[in-house]
Write a protein that binds this ligand. Structure first.
Ligand code: WTA
Length: 654
């Protein structure tokens, strides 16, 4: 690092692309002007990245906002765009995925031709089970190649998939299956995580019992562990899929045909089913994968470490890379299995050139020490990406220096399940990036920061993050709930999409995301709703009331902290009983939602701070959880409550 840089704080540093990177970059500076001048023409040009069976006649129909239609009249098939056309173009032997299992020595290479064959077989299998266009199929899988095959087989049939993260509990799975009425589930006996087999099928069995609508469960054998079996409902993947034909003529669907539903946490207890449709979504993924990651499909090896159960896994592990005929890496397990250098070993093994991960992982690696990545050859990496939560400048500089060898651009990409694709990011060949800032909207997108009245704030001020124009990969609605779609996203500011994030513009007009302004937490880059966890706690028979806040955490960004008032009869008799009860409640949340939602800390308190109108003042609870001086309590109904809670909190442990 040069001396000049060392005199600056992390935040003040600027990292322009090298001259060589800039000269060869896919997206150049002029893209901004082109998109600004005629956004629809710009998007029409991006849509040419896909193969349309029937071309659209209108780029955007915004006659009934906020219900958008993109590439109206166009017909296409997402699976055909990800597979068939590449094989037809002679790329059948190109590796689509290098799959690396968690147990060392287990790996598989899948070419585009092989992937197409397997997807056709799986599509034929789904047809045999009676799946028709428009039917929803739930996917609850580990990170194995069959998961990608399952996703693309659904897309091929126009049967919207809903992938549920494998870490979610049976209850969470059941509520998602029931909300979108999925009668078929694709799952596995389990997968490998942290050095051992972790089961999935029991949660599916439990969810099926709960919802009573599931007709068929297809089960991939991954770990070989014993599973309970229901003869008329369950079928092994290897029995069903392997005997199918590798030929499947796909149908072409309307550009607005539903592609998938992805559930995400909102401000109420019930997760929202975010609906993405085919044409616009795929255009958004294909364009950003190519432009923001500067993808050169013939030479790059790309690795996005997200789980396929989240939107990043959909857009940047499946649809974006495949639409561009990319060679990607997928890794099944955790970064520390069997040793803390596993990710870097995988990078070295496959010669990864483009690497995309989340700040929480970066902070974990920082803590583990520079000597671990130093043991591996990471010299092929030429671009790094970050997603999911604000990246603190120190972690950004560490990432760029230790993993990127001080040479490579880092793209801090801001987007959401709802936006479908990246909305804000530096352009890797253009922008002098600032550590900690997602900078500004990418060409074609118009993001802004506005005040309470929806007025654009001047440089140097903060406010709410909004999107001012519709964009192709935007969500179309919340599954089955158009009103909630309008209320949640389009009612706060007239004519603008409200993202739920707070942000500030710096003196240059570059945007820094400050985090959520609603009751959504961001824990290790995963979205969790405070209300959902509160409901889970209150469903325990010993709990009378609960309040949950996200408190700052050095590794996970935020951590779940819960304040619980017990029912009188449940009061623990001594400290040991109290501790046991806290563990019981943490387990209960894991059972209701999933291990990711388990509170880091639970405090048993006699009261909760409430306003006179009965609203819990989470701000004060956050002060306590973050061990700050408690702020203004004048609006509290009873301000002595805070003394009571502070005393209890001091006595509690993590
Ligand atoms: C946060 C993940 C700062 C933000 C793709 C957003 C970010 C939420 C960034 C969406 C970033 C995502 N910088 N914050 N680069 N990327 N976020 O739906 O609060 O799981 O609203 O989508 O993550 O989370 P979601």
């Amino acid at each position: 690092m040069t001396d000049a840089l060392e005199n600056l704080t992390y935040e003040e540093r600027r990292f322009p692309p090298s001259a060589e990177f800039a000269a060869n970059a896919n997206l150049k500076e002029d893209a901004y002007a082109a998109a600004q001048g005629d956004p629809l023409a710009f998007w029409a040009e991006q849509a040419e990245r896909l193969d349309w069976h029937t071309k659209w006649d209108t780029v955007l129909d915004w006659s009934n906002p906020p219900f958008a239609k993109w590439f109206v009249g166009g017909r296409l098939n997402a699976s055909y765009n990800c597979l068939d056309r590449h094989v037809a173009a002679g790329l059948g032997d190109r590796v689509a995925y290098h799959w690396e299992g968690e147990p060392q020595g287990e790996s598989r290479e899948i070419t585009y031709a092989q992937l197409k064959d397997e997807v056709c077989q799986a599509a034929n299998a789904l047809i045999e089970l009676g799946v028709k266009t428009g039917d929803r199929v739930a996917i609850y899988m580990p990170m194995i190649p069959e998961t990608i095959v399952a996703i693309l087989a659904c897309a091929r049939l126009g049967a919207p998939h809903t992938v549920v993260f494998g870490g979610f509990s049976a209850d969470a799975l059941a509520s998602r299956i029931s909300d979108c009425h999925a009668e078929v589930i694709i799952t596995a006996d389990g997968g490998y995580r942290r050095g051992s087999a972790s089961a999935l099928k029991p949660a599916v069995d439990e969810a099926c019992d709960k919802v009573g609508i599931v007709r068929k469960v297809i089960v991939v054998r991954r770990t070989g562990s014993e599973v309970a079996w229901h003869d008329e409902r369950d079928v092994w993947w290897h029995d069903l899929v392997a005997r199918q034909s590798t030929e499947h003529e796909c149908e072409f669907f309307d550009s607005e045909h539903p592609l998938y539903v992805m559930y995400t946490s909102g401000t109420t207890g019930q997760p929202k089913g975010i609906l993405h449709t085919t044409g616009g979504y795929l255009v958004g993924c294909a364009y950003t994968q190519w432009g923001i990651f500067d993808l050169k499909p013939e030479s790059d090896v790309y690795w996005c470490t997200a789980d396929v159960g989240w939107v990043t896994g959909h857009s940047y592990m499946v649809y974006g890379p495949l639409a561009n005929a990319t060679t990607s890496v997928i890794y099944e397990g955790t970064p520390d299995s069997p040793h803390k250098g596993r990710w870097w070993e995988v990078c070295e093994k496959y010669g990864v050139t483009l690497f995309y991960t989340a700040p929480t992982a970066i902070r974990t690696f920082m803590r583990w020490g520079d000597d671990i990545p130093a043991k591996y050859d990471l010299s092929k990496i030429r671009l790094l990406g970050s997603v999911g939560e604000p990246i603190n400048p120190e972690a950004y500089v560490w990432y760029r220096t230790v993993i990127g060898g001080e040479q490579v651009p880092v793209v801090d990409t801001w987007w959401q399940t709802e936006t479908g694709a990246v909305m804000m990011s530096p352009l890797p060949g253009v922008t002098a990036a600032k550590p900690g800032s997602a900078m500004r909207s990418i060409p074609g997108i118009e993001v802004d920061v506005v005040d309470n009245d929806g007025q654009s704030v001047p440089d140097g001020s903060g406010g709410f993050l909004v999107v001012k124009r519709p964009w192709p990969a935007m969500l179309r609605t919340i599954w089955g709930d158009d009103d909630r779609y309008v209320d949640t996203y389009w009612s706060r500011f007239e004519g603008m999409y409200f993202a739920g994030d707070g942000a500030k513009k710096d003196e240059d007009g570059d945007i820094w995301i400050l985090g959520r302004v609603d009751d959504v937490m961001n824990v290790s880059g995963h979205r969790l709703s405070t209300t959902e966890i509160e409901s889970a706690l209150v469903s325990h028979p010993k709990v009378a009331e609960a309040a949950v806040v996200g408190a700052k955490d050095d590794t996970t960004g935020q951590a779940v902290c819960a304040y619980v008032i017990l029912r009188e009869v449940a009061a623990p008799t001594d400290a040991a009983a109290g501790e046991a009860l806290i563990q019981e409640l943490r387990q209960h949340v894991a059972h209701e939602i999933g291990a990711i939602a388990k509170p880091r800390q639970i405090m048993l308190v006699p009261e909760l701070p409430k306003t006179r109108s009965g609203k819990i003042m989470r701000r004060l609870l956050r002060d306590i959880a973050e061990k700050r001086e408690v702020g203004d309590v004048t609006t509290l109904a009873d301000s002595s409550v805070m003394d009571l809670i502070s005393t209890e909190a001091k006595g509690s442990t993590d």
